[in-house]
Design a protein around this ligand. Structure first.
Ligand code: GDP
Ligand code: IMO
Ligand code: MG
Length: 430
C-alpha cells in the first residue's frame, strides 16, 4: 500500500491534524486536497502545541514533502503568516509545495463572506475566511488561480477586469471599496514568497504514486459539512470526503486505498445547523471543559453532544472507511453512564438515516442507548488491553453498529497518547 487517507467523520475537529502528524513518520508526502484556512488542526508534541490552518500536518516530520493541492482555496497572506510562525518556532517550510491550479482567497472574499452571512436569517456561522465566496468565484469561472496570482502583470490584469464589479457590490453593502494599488502593494511580498513554492502538484503527486512512495492525504472539515452530502446549507463549500482526494489532487481515483475515519468519542459542531444529539447543561459543560472544545480557528465554543451513530453510518457509507480512529476517549472518563444515539425519531416514526430535507432533520429527535461509563484516568494508557472494560465495550458497540473496526485510539492531545489496536491499520508501509 502506498497511500492512506484521513477523513473527518463528523462535523470537523475530530483530531485529524493530530492523527496525520502521528502517521506522517511513515509518509514521504502529506497532501491537503480541499478547504482552506477554515481548518484548524492542532498538533502537540515535546510539550508544545501547534495550530495549522493551511500547511499539511506532515510539516513536523522532516522527511515528508507537504503539498497544498489544487482543490484547496488558499489565502496567501494566511500562508505567509503560517510559514513565518513555523520559521520562528524553528521549523523549515522548504518542503512545502503549492498547486498552480489552487484558487486564491483575496481580501474581498472575506468581506463577501461577512456580508452574505449578515444577510442570512439563519446563520451558517462560517469561519469568515472567505471560503464560500472563493469557491463560488471558481464555480462562476471568475476566480483567480495561484499561477495568475504570482505573476505580477497577470494579477494586475485580473484586477483591471474584476475590481469595478467587486467595488460596486462592496459599495452597495456599505463597505469601503478596494483600490488596485493597495491590493498590488499588499500582494507583492507574498507573491515573492510563493513563486518558488508554486508548481504542478498533480504531476508531483502522480510521480510519487508511480514510484510507490508513501502518500498521506489529510482531509479538513468533516463529512457532515460536505457541500454535497452534509447538512446543506449548513455546510462548508467543498467536499471533505474520500471522493474529493482524486479530484482535489488531479489524480486517478485508483489512488485511494485505505481510508481512516476520525471519530471523536462524542460529537461537536461549530456554527449553525441541526445537531440531533446535542446536549446542554452540566454534562455538556463538563465535556466542553475537559475536551477544551473551543474552535482552533475562530475560538468559538463548540456545541457538544453524544456520539451519533446515524450520522456516522452516513459517513461510513460515503467514505468507505476501512478503519475508524476514536479520539478524545479520555474526555468521557468518569461519567456514570454514556449515551449513544442509535436512531432518530421523526414525526413519531423511528428512522436510521440522515434525511436530505433540512427541516426534517431539524425535527429529528435522538433515540439513545445508555452504556456504562468507565473510570479514569486513561490518558496514560498505551494499549487496548489496559483500557477499562467499559471503555472496550463502548469501542465494540461502535464497531458492531457501524461494521467498521476501530483501529486506533487517542487518549490525549499529545502525539504519544495514541495507539493502534490493529496492526497495519494505516495503509502505509513501515
Ligand atoms: P482537527 O480539526 O480534526 O485537526 O481537530 P482540532 O485540532 O480542531 O480539534 C481537536 C482538539 O482535540 C485539539 O485541541 C486537540 O489537541 C485535541 N485532541 C486530539 N485528540 C485528543 C484526545 O485524544 N484527547 C484529548 N483530550 N484531546 C485531544
Ligand atoms: P477542521 O479542518 C469545524 C464549519 C463552520 C461553519 C461551516 C461553514 O478544523 O475540522 P466555512 O468557513 O467553511 O464556510 O464555514 O463549516 N467549519 C468547520 N467546523 N472544523 C472545521 O475544520 C471547519 N471548517 C468549517 O463553523 O459552520
Ligand atoms: Mg479543527
Amino acid at each position: 500500500m502506498s497511500t492512506h487517507t484521513i477523513i473527518g467523520a463528523q462535523w470537523g475537529d475530530e483530531g485529524k491534524g493530530k492523527i496525520t502528524d502521528f502517521r506522517a513518520k511513515q509518509a514521504d508526502m502529506v497532501v491537503r486536497f480541499q478547504g482552506g484556512d477554515n481548518a484548524g488542526h492542532t498538533i502537540k508534541f515535546a510539550g508544545k502545541t501547534h495550530k495549522l490552518h493551511l500547511i499539511p500536518s506532515g510539516i513536523f516530520n522532516d522527511s515528508a514533502i507537504n503539498v497544498l493541492a489544487s482543490g484547496m482555496v488558499i489565502n496567501p497572506w494566511s500562508l505567509h503568516k503560517e510559514i513565518t510562525m513555523l520559521h520562528d518556532q524553528g521549523f523549515d517550510s522548504a518542503n512545502v509545495v503549492v498547486s498552480n491550479r489552487a484558487h486564491v482567497i483575496l481580501p474581498f472574499h472575506q468581506m463577501f463572506d461577512e456580508i452574505r452571512e449578515n444577510a442570512r436569517k439563519q446563520k451558517v456561522g462560517t469561519t469568515g475566511k472567505g471560503i464560500g465566496p472563493a469557491y463560488a468565484d471558481k464555480t462562476l469561472r471568475l476566480g483567480l488561480r495561484m499561477e495568475t496570482f504570482i505573476d505580477f502583470d497577470a494579477f494586475d490584469a485580473f484586477l483591471d477586469q474584476r475590481l469595478d464589479a467587486i467595488n460596486d457590490f462592496l459599495k452597495d453593502a456599505g463597505k469601503t471599496p478596494l483600490t488596485k494599488e493597495a491590493l498590488l502593494e499588499k500582494a507583492n511580498p507574498v507573491q515573492a514568497m510563493l513563486r518558488p513554492m508554486v508548481s504542478d502538484t498533480s504531476r508531483l503527486v502522480f510521480d510519487y504514486w508511480k514510484q510507490g512512495k508513501r502518500i498521506l492525504f489529510e482531509g479538513a472539515q468533516g463529512t457532515m459539512l460536505c457541500l454535497d452530502h452534509g447538512t446543506y446549507p449548513y455546510v462548508t463549500s467543498s467536499s471533505p470526503t474520500a471522493a474529493a482526494v482524486p479530484l482535489g489532487c488531479g489524480i486517478s481515483p485508483h489512488v485511494v486505498e485505505t481510508v481512516e475515519g476520525i471519530v471523536k468519542a462524542y460529537t461537536t459542531r461549530v456554527g449553525g445547523g441541526s445537531f440531533p444529539s446535542e446536549i446542554t447543561g452540566e454534562t455538556a459543560r463538563a465535556i466542553q471543559t475537559k475536551g477544551n472544545e473551543f474552535g482552533t480557528t475562530t475560538g468559538r465554543a463548540r456545541r457538544v453532544g453524544w456520539l451519533d451513530l446515524v450520522a456516522l453510518e452516513h459517513a461510513v457509507r460515503i467514505n468507505g472507511f476501512t478503519s475508524l480512529t476514536l479520539t478524545l476517549l479520555d474526555v468521557l472518563e468518569d461519567f456514570e453512564t454514556i449515551k449513544v444515539c442509535t436512531a432518530y425519531r421523526l414525526d413519531g416514526k423511528m428512522i436510521a438515516h440522515v434525511p436530505a430535507d433540512i427541516h426534517a432533520y431539524e425535527r429529528c429527535e435522538p433515540v439513545y442507548e445508555t452504556l456504562k461509563g468507565f473510570k479514569g484516568p486513561i490518558s496514560n494508557v498505551t494499549d487496548y488491553h489496559a483500557l477499562p472494560d467499559a471503555a472496550k465495550t463502548y469501542i465494540q458497540f461502535i464497531e458492531s453498529h457501524l461494521g467498521v473496526p476501530v483501529g486506533t485510539v487517542s487518549v490525549g492531545p499529545d502525539r504519544t497518547q495514541t495507539f493502534d489496536i490493529i496492526e497495519g491499520v494505516c495503509g502505509l508501509d513501515d
